[in-house]
Write a protein that binds this ligand. Structure first.
Ligand SMILES: [Mn+2]
Length: 434
């Protein structure tokens, strides 16, 4: 016999996945909560583990709590227990919700920032959970520094539940060194806060982020779902990812060098989308959405036209796979190299076209110039200001722009230079031809 568990975090009940048109139920994270509960009941799961941020801070009283309670009730009727810790978003709402309802099968561990353990028994097999909940909306200290091993029974298989930022010392969301988690004498750690599913440590102990069960925006590409764990009598643990998200975001690149008319471009886009969706290990499935960001690449004599055609093409773009998944395009970006006969010759020209040609060639060769250095510095300053702007303040570190790097700056400048050169050459061509 074995104990079967489902682990999840960061559902953010009350929020909706971005870029889904209309007011469809699949956009709401309620959809994933219902899928999780349904999966737990139909697959006879023994317990559900929630590692924080199940309820979204901004919508915590509006629609989220009723939805959460309905799921808890269905789990209770099926005899499924829930072990949970609070995260930075739901540190206050979970204790309130659990106080006022008949939720004896729901165990919120480690309230007030104090570690707590609880055992779980099934068919004579006993395991224990150790958990810590956020006492407030942010925690700058390592939550494991207050970790007391005394209440832990070392004879039992132990699973730790913690919402926090592994190996992010500067984080305001319970930064915890991975080394510290490894040394705790706990056999498995279920972590919350990071939305991408990832296994940080395979064995002794197993340490992982199950990730958010529902992808919330185009930044959260790839499969999202829950982790299933089985713990057998000998303490052997197996882990597998169960995709449940009704929406999946993908970024793809398509070469448009061969495109000579609108029809070619349409075929390229549709073909690329179909090929990519067929290649995925998991589509969102029935009544699900696969939403693409498409980067157009290659070399073309008229990148401006490519861009205009692509914008027409993706407006109201909608297809469907044989499996019933809705295919949508959120946006295209054009990074097409202008097919200029002799970019190197242009590079000596004193005109703006020449300056752009020189810049493109230098970045492509990994070289630099004073002009490029100035652009990189300006880009970095702007990116930093954008990142620190008030509107981004409430976002988690994991939701912010990626770190501002030299490489990103150069890629951005290369893309914009190509775009601008294409535009200038197209205008030149218009004048000559006109
Ligand atoms: Mn969080």
């Amino acid at each position: 016999m074995a104990i079967k568990l489902l682990a999840t975090s960061d559902l953010h009940l009350g929020r909706k996945s971005a870029s889904i048109p209309g007011n469809v139920p699949e956009a709401s994270t309620r959809c994933s909560w219902e899928r999780i509960v349904d999966y737990a009941v139909t697959h006879s799961v023994d317990a559900l583990l929630l590692a924080g941020d199940i309820v979204d801070q901004d919508n915590r009283y509006y629609e989220a709590t009723g939805t959460l309670q309905q799921g808890f009730d269905a789990l209770g009727q099926a005899g499924i227990e829930v072990f949970a810790v609070g995260g930075n978003h739901d540190h206050d709402v979970l204790p309130q919700l659990l106080r006022h309802q008949s939720n004896n099968h729901i165990h919120l561990l480690g309230t007030n920032g104090r570690w707590e353990t609880k055992t779980f028994v099934k068919n004579g097999q006993e395991i224990q959970f150790a958990g810590w909940s956020f006492p407030a909306g942010s925690v700058t200290g390592n939550p494991l520094s207050g970790f007391d091993t005394a209440p832990i029974n070392n004879q039992l298989f132990t699973i730790g539940l913690l919402h926090g930022d592994a190996d992010m010392a500067e984080s305001n969301y319970a930064p915890v060194p991975l080394d510290h988690l490894i040394k705790t004498n706990i056999q498995a750690w279920v972590l919350g806060h990071v939305h991408k599913a990832q296994i940080l440590h395979r064995n002794d102990p197993l340490i992982f982020y199950p990730g958010s069960p529902q992808a919330l925006s185009a930044k959260e590409t790839g499969p999202h779902g829950v982790m299933q764990l089985t713990v057998d009598n000998d303490g052997e643990i197996k882990i597998s990812h169960i995709p449940l998200s009704p929406v999946r975001y993908e970024h793809i690149e398509l070469d448009v060098s061969h495109v000579s008319n609108r029809d070619d471009l349409r075929k390229t886009i549709t073909g690329g989308i179909m090929d990519h969706s067929a290649s995925l290990d998991s589509e969102p499935g029935q009544q699900g959405y696969l939403i693409f960001d498409i980067g157009l690449t290659g070399e073309h004599t008229d990148p401006v036209k490519i861009r205009a055609w692509s914008e027409d093409e993706i407006e109201d773009y909608a297809r469907e796979t044989a499996g019933g998944t809705q295919l949508l395009v959120r946006k295209t970006s054009t990074n097409v190299r202008p097919a200029v006969k002799d970019l190197a010759a242009w590079a000596n020209d004193p005109s703006p076209v020449g300056k752009l040609a020189e810049t493109i060639l230098a970045i492509e060769k990994g070289q630099s110039s004073n002009f490029i250095e100035e652009l990189v510095a300006a880009w970095k300053t702007n990116a930093k200001e954008l990142q620190q702007a008030g509107v981004y303040g409430p976002l988690h570190a994991s939701e912010r722009l990626e770190n501002i790097t030299e490489k990103q700056a150069r890629q951005y400048i290369l893309k914009e230079s190509r775009q601008l050169l294409g535009t200038l050459l197209a205008e030149k061509g218009d004048r000559i031809n006109g």
